[in-house]
Design a protein around this ligand. Sequence first.
Ligand SMILES: [Zn+2]
Ligand SMILES: [Zn+2]
Length: 101
Amino acid sequence: MKFCPKCKSLLLPKKGQLVCSCGYKEKGEERIVITERMGSHDLDVADEEDDPDGNSELPIVCWNCGNRGVTFWMVQMRRADEAPTRFYKCRKCRKVWRSGK
Ligand SMILES: [Zn+2]
Ligand SMILES: [Zn+2]
């Protein structure tokens, strides 16, 4: 606990600093802790939008933007004895549509 040297109010930690309602700021030890945490490079951003499944690209032209390069996946819509519905996704405009009717 630290108190403001100006107005004797309790200083509150805020963004690595100790701040007082009067406007006084003091860089406290907490800043070190926060800096260390920020420095960790565990942030591995998953880039799932880019390539959901690299093997399933088809030379189909997207009806929406004309881009050639479409991924697909199968979904069993109803019963198991029916053919699964094939979905397509344009790698450029992200448009998704299904095959068949
Ligand atoms: Zn103060
Ligand atoms: Zn497209």
